[in-house]
Design a protein. Sequence first.
Length: 135
Amino acid sequence: MNGDNTPLVLELIENYSSLLLIKPNNVKSLILRGLLWEQQKNYELAINDFNSLISIGNKMGYYLRAYSYCSLGKLNLALIDVKEADNQMKQPMGLFQCLAYITKRRNEIVREIEKEYLKDRFGEKYDNMNFINPN
């Protein structure tokens, strides 16, 4: 996301924070605010939102948190999250294979949220945002 969108991002973070005060377990608000924190490179706050997802039993939180861990260079924690999210995974993954998998799963989650929520709600403002490649 380019710097021109920072006021919009901060406004959206504020909106989602308000929504989460009313409904603290709202999955879409937690995901979107976490993604917005990532856009601001505030990975610790993104991780907090993804921890909340995990605590309410939403496995998407593991993939999203793993991506933030990767951004912080905490690859060992990212690998643990992938194993936790995909406990039926039988084969051990190499590091690069795992990083690609984390990115792929994160982007699938983003596309799902984009399709069902963001474009309808924010229209033109949203078109200038890029959650797939936040850095």
